[in-house]
Design a protein around this ligand. Sequence first.
Ligand code: VGL
Ligand code: ZN
Length: 200
Amino acid sequence: MRAANQALIVIDLQSDFCPGGALAVGEGDQIVPGINHLMQEFPAVILTQDWHPAGHSSFASSHGAEPFSMTEMPYGPQVLWPDHCIQGSEGAAFHPDLNTDRADMVIRKGYNPAIDSYSAFFENDHATPTGLEGYLRTRGIDTLTMVGLATDFCVNYSAVDAARLGFTVLVDPNLCRAIDMHGSLAAARDLMTGAGVTFV
Ligand code: VGL
Ligand code: ZN
């Protein structure tokens, strides 16, 4: 077991991001057994859950636009996604094989209809907190290992925000999978490296 200052953060391992889901990430389901195994090493396990209301502003259908096209939001550029992870839907549930019993905490994000939230720490305005920082600090946790989906969006944003907040951040790329649109995976790797994230 690792020291009490360490947490495993499992990002968005939900059915909609796995093969057959609304926003499927290639091989997204293949990382589940390894993540279940890794949980046994950590004194704290936190799961994040993408959790959008129907008609969310990050959905292409809300703009009459094509999925994976871009739009400009008040907080900056935003990819428009297929409808996914709608609150209470089957697709928003965790992958059925994920060991959710080991989780101390489930943090939901993306529930604000007007703002997307890739990061587990801040909405995409980079200002509205989710509360995860306070949870970790009050538990004395300062070192985070991140795994999950998708490497180039929610893992990337979460890892970069955590590093900026002063956490020591490790990402295990073998236990992540990427969407990888228009070079987003390479860009994400550069961003994470620049923020001081370590790949393990
Ligand atoms: C994600 C796109 C939209 C993710 C969530 O979990 O990486 N990507 N919502
Ligand atoms: Zn989403």
